[in-house]
Ligand binder design. Structure first.
Ligand SMILES: Cc1cc2nc3c(=O)[nH]c(=O)nc-3n(C[C@H](O)[C@H](O)[C@H](O)COP(=O)(O)O)c2cc1C
Length: 169
């Protein structure tokens, strides 16, 4: 079976090295648009985004994660938030955020860009909010580091289906 969507799903890799080339603002908006087309419970669309290209801010954010070298290297970051005021169900809204983030990653692949989902930075979510000047109503879900891929030799593996399908009844 082949389709552009299935191909993007399988070809997408976490990209952690980028060229110096900036990412155009239109493309960043396209990535966010793809995120907003994710499903959400009651279609409540609880996600919110902060686009960061300012070098000084990127460097301040880099100090908040073990993966600071990736944050520094990426010409663009998108912080993905849940708006606590928009939440109706803790679990379902977090699931919606995950769907949103995966849509964004697939969009970067489709646009010829590279990205990685950074979660380790959540250990300092309060500091990240302070740096970005956001109130506590916004709960950080992830930071996406985005750029033009420096290379395409990233590999990854998945468990065979036989290991993850529990039953077929
Ligand atoms: C919730 C979550 C958190 C992640 N956090 C990080 C992170 O902090 N740093 C990092 O380099 N990669 C992070 N990743 C990327 C994973 O390491 C990566 O998706 C996994 O190794 C599979 O590789 P692939 O994306 O190339 O298929 C995270 C992924 C997810 C879904």
């Amino acid at each position: 079976m082949s389709s552009p969507v299935l191909e993007a799903i399988q070809k997408r890799r976490s990209i952690r090295e980028y060229t110096d080339h900036p990412v155009e603002s239109d493309l960043l908006r396209e990535i966010i648009r793809a995120g907003t087309w994710a499903p959400s419970g009651l279609n409540n669309q609880p996600w919110r985004f902060v686009i960061i290209t300012d070098q000084q801010t990127r460097h301040r954010l880099a100090a908040q994660t073990h993966y600071g070298h990736i944050v520094k290297a990426a010409p663009a970051l998108i912080a993905v938030y849940l708006d606590q005021a928009a939440i109706y169900n803790e679990v379902k809204d977090h699931q919606a955020a995950g769907a949103c983030i995966e849509n964004m990653l697939l969009a970067t692949e489709a646009l010829g860009l590279g990205a990685v989902w950074l979660g380790q930075i959540l250990q300092n979510k309060q500091e990240v909010n302070d740096i970005l000047g956001l109130a506590d109503d916004y709960d950080l879900m992830a930071v996406l580091a985005i750029g033009h891929p420096a290379h395409h030799d990233q590999h990854s593996q998945r468990k065979p289906l036989a290991d993850v399908i529990l039953k077929e009844i």
